[in-house]
Design a protein around this ligand. Structure first.
Ligand SMILES: [Fe+2]
Ligand SMILES: [Fe+2]
Length: 606
């Protein structure tokens, strides 16, 4: 009985919405002029007398903001191909980290309620992003998983780097409408940032330009072709690769304007105070600079128009406004692209030279290029047999990239496959890797002590537990080791070294000599340990220095001053001169800037 009543209510509600009513749909968010502003964009097909967004903090009072409405007409030779009203509402003064709910009203019609979390301006807050290109309505493979992710609150924002819907204008715009409604559960709940792809080209990108609302943080202007954002510890630059390829629409002037805008933006991002606050510079566009050679217009051999530039209408003449030099000069860290329907991560690369080897993503010598063009399309590439030498990882599974800008020194990037084959049971395989760049100020945790023996080695047990928990990067034992290494014919030394094995076999155990190591000219101490000086690469257990984290550690021998039978004035002089040299080096401006801390360690106090 109840069920019947409910059904009849639904029927009545539907009948109240007349065909001539403006009903808000295709609701999506993008960032306003800063992280505390959110732009809500939505569409109606009828003109509304009243259009508002009503929003509130959870449990707080509600506010109404009026929409700016533009009448979007897509005309082809005097024929109307598509017509809609695009409503834009900017919500301002949002508080970082606070969840807001909102709904859109056009005349008497309300949308569902959506929720978003306002982002902040704090450069120390981690940022979680999904990045992908080439996601369509048909075979939009990643969409269901992205919806689940967004529901779980996995992302602060989403970047769709071109080729949207395939195509926004198709079937008189219906494909665009259906796509924007399909992704509403994603884009109405987190800011959905875009840049243009080649599939947005029709009638001078008119659907792309009219349907989205990308705002440049610096100029506060809406500019869907290119704009930049500051989020977390990163500066993100979205630009248009398409300016280089559609000479019907874009002249050399357009290229110049974007190039100059890019250079200005990069200059600003590189000002010491800005780069310190946001050390990461990340660019996003549709067509890649480097891709597996297929000799089409945008990627042939080792050249590409985006890398080297174009001149006039001839797409093959690569002469100016090339972007590779510009991005290299201003220290861009990562470049994201789509367009090629695959996932590909490069080694750091500049001018076709790839920097390969171990640990190349720590302080990389050149930008890293990532192509994430497998959002979901009807056309997929065959598996390439030959990979170019700059490719570090390649996959053709549908999916998307998750990027976690963790802090000023670490970014974690994972490629998420939505496919079954080659996957673990939970449908995830991850191509995880992280970058560390810009400064060595990775925190360093050290345990320091002297005077630890075998008998009554009170701290040993706790140190073992600490090391098991991974509390230390290294341990410094500053003399008087075992009491004594040589006692009982050396068996005290052996037993001590075995007792600390759970510590010293798991973290570097750095030592310097104490008075209890003196027997027979420190012979047990000298023979049992292996301390290497970083600068000379020589083994020297008496004195040596190491660079770790943001510190320069100098370990030396106080014992030189106390045992004339072993150490002459020459020995003291040699150590003194070595110390002075080492300190001079550590004090060079470039060294001191990199490692401002100088810490000495020895056994006997001053
Ligand atoms: Fe594509
Ligand atoms: Fe494309």
């Amino acid at each position: 009985m109840n069920t019947l009543i409910n059904i009849s209510f639904v029927a009545i509600n539907i009948s109240l919405i007349l065909a001539s009513d403006p009903v808000p749909e295709q609701i999506h968010l993008s960032l306003g002029g800063n992280p505390s502003e959110m732009m809500v964009t939505y569409t109606t097909f009828k003109k509304a007398d009243r259009s508002i967004v009503r929003y509130n903090r959870l449990g707080g009072p509600a506010f109404d903001v009026n929409a700016d409405v533009t009448h979007f007409k897509d005309m082809k030779d005097d024929t109307m191909k598509y017509e809609a009203y695009i409503h834009r509402v900017k919500l301002t003064g949002l508080q970082a980290g606070v969840t807001y709910e909102y709904k859109c009203q056009t005349d008497d019609n309300w949308s569902d309620v959506f929720k978003f979390k306002a982002l902040g301006n704090d450069s120390d807050t981690p940022l979680s992003v999904a990045v992908y290109g080439d996601l369509g309505l048909e075979n939009g493979v990643s969409t269901p998983q992205l919806k689940k992710d967004v529901k779980k609150g996995l992302y602060d924002t989403i970047f769709h780097v071109g080729d949207i819907a395939y195509n926004l204008n198709k079937d008189g715009g219906k494909v665009g409408d259906d796509f924007m409604n399909e992704i509403q559960d994603i884009a109405a709940n987190v800011p959905y940032q875009v840049c243009p792809g080649n599939h947005e080209d029709k009638r001078n990108f008119t659907h792309y330009i009219n349907r989205f609302s990308m705002i440049d943080f610096k100029s506060q202007r809406m500019h869907n072709h290119y704009y930049s954002l500051d989020l977390g510890s990163a500066h993100f630059i979205f630009f248009s690769s398409e300016l280089y390829f559609w000479s019907d629409y874009f002249t050399d002037h357009h290229l110049k304007w974007q190039y100059e805008w890019l250079e200005n933006d990069l200059k600003d991002a590189n000002k010491p105070e800005n780069r310190q606050k946001r050390p990461w510079i990340i660019t996003l566009a549709h067509r890649p600079m480097y891709c597996i050679k297929d000799n089409d217009e945008d990627c042939f051999e080792h050249e590409s128009i985006l890398r080297k530039g174009r001149s006039g209408d001839d797409l093959k003449l690569v002469t100016h406004y090339g972007l590779e030099d510009l991005f290299y000069r201003y220290g861009v860290d990562i470049q994201f692209y789509g367009h090629k329907h695959m996932y590909e991560r490069s080694y750091p690369i500049y001018d076709s030279k790839a920097y390969k080897g171990t640990d190349v993503y720590t302080n990389p010598k050149a930008p890293i290029h990532i192509i994430t063009g497998v959002g979901g399309t009807t056309d997929r590439p065959s598996l390439k047999k030959e990979l170019p030498d700059w490719t570090a990882f390649y996959a053709r599974d549908y999916g998307y990239t998750r990027m976690n800008v963790q802090n000023k020194t670490h970014i974690l990037i994972e490629q998420y496959s939505t496919e079954n084959y080659r996957c673990k049971a939970d449908n995830i395989w991850s191509n995880v890797f992280s970058f560390k760049v810009h400064n060595p100020d990775t925190p360093l945790k050290v345990a320091i002590y002297g005077d630890l023996g075998l008998k009554n080695g009170v701290s040993t047990r706790q140190l073992i537990k600490d090391v098991e928990k991974g509390l230390y990067d290294t341990v410094f034992h500053i003399g008087d080791i075992a009491y004594n290494l040589n006692s009982d014919g050396g068996s005290v030394g052996d037993d001590f070294m075995n007792s600390i094995q759970p510590i010293a076999a798991n973290v570097p155990y750095q030592v310097c000599p104490g008075n209890h190591e003196k027997k027979r000219n420190f012979t047990h101490y000298m023979n049992r340990f292996s301390m290497v000086d970083f600068a000379t690469q020589r083994l020297n257990n008496h004195y040596y220095s190491v660079d770790m984290g943001s510190a320069h550690f100098v370990l030396f021998s106080s014992e030189h001053y106390f045992y004339p039978q072993f150490f002459t004035e020459s020995h003291i002089k040699w150590q003194y001169e070595w110390l002075e040299n080492d300190l001079k080096q550590a004090n060079k401006p470039e060294s001191r800037q990199k490692r401002p801390w100088i810490i000495t360690l020895a056994h006997r106090p001053m």
